[in-house]
Design a protein around this ligand. Structure first.
Ligand code: GUN
Ligand code: ZN
Length: 427
């Protein structure tokens, strides 16, 4: 079925930090959608046809749906847990909560709630860590498939330094991951990410198995954590005394590539940055989490100058919001502390095409190019009284975007389309 979605249309074809000619903006634009795909984008007058069903979102902005490149599905009931930095936070709140995903019925219920939260916040694709239990990944993939929503997810592999209820073994972690890849990777819009949680919770034997999975499935992403917190780095290096630095552990097991997503990547040494650039390994900036857990200030400009590609992500439940708008807000503030400026055009590029590029998926998501999946977010820059008042003084698109970036949250999400389907019902 064909459907026309009308509004003020914006997407990016280049990175505004690098190129002045970077976006397309249509004041009275429309997106022609058929069978979950974008067929055409143009001025409304050029695409309108008698009898063609239409949804008019004017004066709201329509962009490609937001992409969240690092989030923890089993932490929906961990978000906003008080008073700890990374390692204590994991032991006190996170591991006990993730243990609950072994219970019958828990993962499927949480998966529906998680996907509802994502789309309510305008996020149409997420890269998710699941719990150690294969049924957590199974539940997330099944729920995403039933919505035709593109998920990249993996069960965490972890075999030490956590309670027994959230541990596997090198062989079990390998076998469970392998079975999930066989069932879900490439099925519809689902993709698997091999997920060794981080070096602290995996023995060398398990890291070896993770490397084997990555070699056997070069098409799968690999996701883990790197250099988030100083205590974490010290403990990690004590567990791998041979390693030259933290990244070297992942390198030793063959994990570095342009499919590798390294959550946080804050306290990096020059050698690590150079190796990330050489191998194409991605850094993932998690601003609300880095502030909440007191982890540190990500160096976007430094990594960019060195040639490292970065994604941006919520990292719920270390992160404090599902909203990519709030994530861009806190990202702006972190970069201020580094004397770097996150321009609103760069910010919205990052949450859409930039993250798609970091995932190597910009041919399917992150832009409105014909043939890509019709994942869209509709943004209302006047969603709250404070925003409406501020909008009275806004004169440019960039100003409107910045108001959304700083003041926006789920209240600014007028609609989210996943594969052409509206996720919010009227009312
Ligand atoms: N490092 C290892 N596991 C986690 C996690 O669940 N959250 C964060 N923020 N960092 C981690
Ligand atoms: Zn994380």
């Amino acid at each position: 079925m064909r459907h026309l979605i009308r509004g003020r249309v914006l997407d990016f074809y280049a990175d505004p930090t690098e190129t002045e000619d970077n976006h397309r903006y249509l004041e009275d634009g429309a997106i022609l959608v058929q069978d979950g795909l974008i067929v055409a984008v143009d001025d409304y007058a050029k695409l309108a046809e008698p009898g063609l069903p239409e949804t008019d979102h004017r004066p709201n902005l329509i962009l490609p749906g937001f992409i969240d490149t690092h989030i923890h599905f089993p932490q929906v009931q961990v978000i906003a847990s008080w008073g700890a930095q990374l390692l204590d936070w994991l032991n006190t709140y996170t591991f006990p909560e993730e243990a609950r995903f072994a219970r019958q019925g828990h993962a499927p219920a949480m998966a529906e709630a998680f996907l509802d939260l994502l789309t309510a916040h305008g996020t149409t694709t997420a890269v998710a860590f699941c719990s150690v239990h294969p049924q957590s990944a199974e539940a997330l993939f099944a729920a995403a498939e039933s919505r035709n929503m593109a998920m990249i997810a993996g069960k965490v592999m972890m075999d030490r330094n956590a309670p027994a209820e959230v541990l596997d073994t090198p062989q079990q972690g390998y076998d469970d991951s392998k079975a999930l890849i066989a069932k879900w990777h490439g099925r519809g819009r689902q993709r698997y990410a091999v997920t060794p949680r981080f070096a602290i919770t995996s023995t060398p034997e398990q890291m070896e198995m993770a490397g084997q999975l990555a070699r056997e499935h070069p098409d799968c992403h690999v996701q883990t954590h790197l250099s988030e917190n100083l205590e974490e780095i010290e403990f990690t290096l004590s567990l791998y005394p041979q390693a030259r630095d933290y990244l070297d552990i992942y390198e030793t097991y063959g994990l570095l590539s342009d499919r590798l997503l390294l959550g946080h990547s804050i306290h990096l040494r020059p050698r690590e940055i150079a190796r990330m650039a050489e191998t194409g390994s991605r850094a993932v900036f998690c601003p609300t989490s880095n502030l909440f857990l007191g982890s540190g200030l990500f160096d976007e400009g430094g990594l960019r100058a060195a040639g490292v590609v970065s994604g941006i992500a919520t990292d719920v439940g270390g992160g404090t919001s599902y909203s990519m708008l709030q994530t861009l807000n806190e990202g702006y503030k972190i970069l201020q502390l580094r004397d770097q400026k996150l321009h609103p055009l760069s910010a919205f590029h990052w949450a859409t095409r930039g993250n798609a590029l970091a995932l190597g998926m910009a041919d399917r998501i992150g832009t409105l190019a014909p043939g890509s999946d019709a994942d869209l977010v509709v943004l209302d820059a006047r969603a709250t009284p404070a925003m409406a008042l501020r909008m009275e003084r806004a004169q440019t698109l960039a100003e409107e975007l910045f108001i959304l970036q700083i003041l926006g949250d789920d209240r600014s999400i007028a609609q989210t389309y996943v594969a052409g389907q509206a996720m919010k019902t009227a009312g």
